[in-house]
Design a protein around this ligand. Structure first.
Ligand SMILES: [Mg+2]
Length: 142
């Protein structure tokens, strides 16, 4: 299943609220599902519970559902976020390996430039120009 296919299938079960309510629900849901994963890990770490991979996968799915809702509510795609995150990580870790010094002493400007370059590289200039042309011709552009 592709991210787009997942997104469309998952959104069938969304409440159908509009912005900003779906964004609020998504943000709270991400926190709640993240908390459920933390609780599983807590019980493994401190209660000597066995690792229940199926339960972890279930909660990760719940978390993804809310992330998908957030993406939908802000008009973004999984692919955009994948690309932005990799661009940021490559800027943060030039040798592509975790480095505590780079993690702590981040070059935020370099990371933001890398993400902007990624976003501009993915920007659909042709469609944007067409949209502006339509808006101009219909008087919608001010
Ligand atoms: Mg859950």
């Amino acid at each position: 299943m592709t991210p787009k296919e997942y997104s469309e299938l998952a959104l069938r079960t969304a409440a159908g609220r509009n912005y900003p309510l779906n964004m609020y629900e998504a943000g709270m849901g991400i926190g709640g599902e993240g908390g459920e994963i933390v609780d599983i890990i807590k019980k493994i770490a401190f209660y000597n519970k066995d690792i229940d991979k199926d339960h972890i996968k279930e909660e990760l799915g719940d978390l993804l559902w809310y992330v998908n809702l957030m993406l939908h509510s802000i008009g973004a795609t999984w692919e955009e976020v994948f690309d932005l995150n990799i661009a940021k990580l490559e800027a943060r870790y030039p040798d592509l390996r975790f480095n505590a010094d780079h993690a702590i002493n981040r070059d935020v400007n370099a990371e933001q430039k890398a993400m902007l370059a990624q976003a501009l590289g993915n920007y659909d200039w042709a469609t944007a120009e067409d949209d502006n042309a339509v808006a101009f011709n219909t008087g919608a552009l001010r």
